[in-house]
Design a protein around this ligand. Structure first.
Ligand code: NAD
Length: 288
């Protein structure tokens, strides 16, 4: 059997290093990005002139795109391509359960299998190839993706057979991450107001019951040094929390914390467009 040819669409903060790790694992990858493929393409990839060109060469296509709207537009292009080699589309983007189900339907009409595979671990995890890959889709298609998933991920979880189930787990994770970041910012500002410095607060909390991903990672590595460089845009985190809240509405599950978080992230994003999500600390501290 001929070796698989892979395609990768969306070479941003996450897509470019993930693609580099696929190439590092010895896979042949053609790439495309709407911004500037030649600039963003990782070394060793083959540049495709368009989505259409890529669809005619690659049998499996990975997506790492900003949101569900863009994913649907690209899926429509894939499904409409006249010359098609592709049989499987794997979406690493965060889009939400309904958007994943819709993408799956759009592709199924063209005989293409969709695998829902959002990731967690940030840009650092994408560079290290240690992402958590949360997968839902048909068993056989997921089995066939063992090598590429192993190249980008450290932990791969098959959470169910249906597109959208992985998105649900990804959204609830990001809601928890966003809540940890916002609540930690508020708590740190409270401690500082009492004259205790940030590092001391983190030292105490990190060996106590309040520790979380913000106290253990985002604060010591991005906020204390003042670099605010987690590589995850506040716009994207705000999108994820809003999507979580929207999908909680669809599911009819409780939203008391979710609605407060979504309002807070929206306000921070309106105030600080273009910032990294760790800069919510600066918003809450009134530093800007
Ligand atoms: P990004 O904005 O850095 O990258 C998105 C890329 O998609 C850009 O290079 C853009 O030019 C390209 N693009 C946009 N529209 C396109 C189109 N129609 N055709 C082809 N390319 C197009 O975003 P990112 O931070 O890499 O995130 C990508 C996805 O991964 C998002 O859904 C995000 O929520 C999710 N995610 C991000 C992180 C993170 O820490 N950055 C972590 C986990 C998941």
């Amino acid at each position: 059997m001929a070796a698989n040819t892979y395609g990768f669409i969306g070479l941003g903060n996450m897509g470019s290093p993930m693609c580099a790790n696929l190439i590092g694992a010895g896979l042949s990858v053609q790439v495309f990005d709407a911004a500037d493929t030649a600039v963003l393409a990782p070394e060793g990839s083959a540049i495709a002139a368009s989505v259409g060109a890529l669809v005619s060469e690659a049998d499996t296509i990975f997506l790492s795109l900003p949101d569900g709207k863009v994913v649907h537009a690209v899926c429509a292009e894939i499904a409409a391509a006249s010359s098609r080699q592709v049989t499987t589309v794997v979406d690493f983007s965060t889009t939400g359960p309904e958007a994943a189900a819709r993408a799956s339907e759009m592709l199924a009409e063209a005989g293409i299998t969709f695998v829902d595979a959002p990731v967690s671990g940030g840009k650092a995890g994408a560079v290290a190839g240690s992402l958590t890959v949360i997968v839902s889709g048909p068993d056989k298609a997921v089995e066939d993706l063992a090598v590429p998933f192993g190249a980008v991920g450290g932990n791969i979880f098959l959470v169910g057979p249906n597109p959208g189930q992985a998105q649900a787990v990804k959204l609830l994770n990001n809601f928890l991450s966003a809540t940890a970041m916002a609540a930690t910012s508020e708590a740190v500002v409270f401690g500082q107001k009492h004259g205790v410095d940030m590092s001391t607060i983190l030292d105490v909390v990190n060996v106590s019951t309040g520790r979380n991903t913000a106290t253990m990672d985002k604060f010591p590595n991005r906020v204390v040094p003042g670099t605010f460089d987690a590589g995850f845009a506040m716009a994207l985190m705000t999108k994820d929390v809003a999507l979580y809240l929207e999908q909680v509405g669809v599911a009819g599950t409780p939203d008391a914390v979710g609605s407060i978080m979504s309002a807070l992230w929206n306000a921070a994003h309106d105030d600080m467009p273009g910032s990294d999500f760790t800069e919510i600390y600066r918003y809450i501290a009134g530093e800007k």
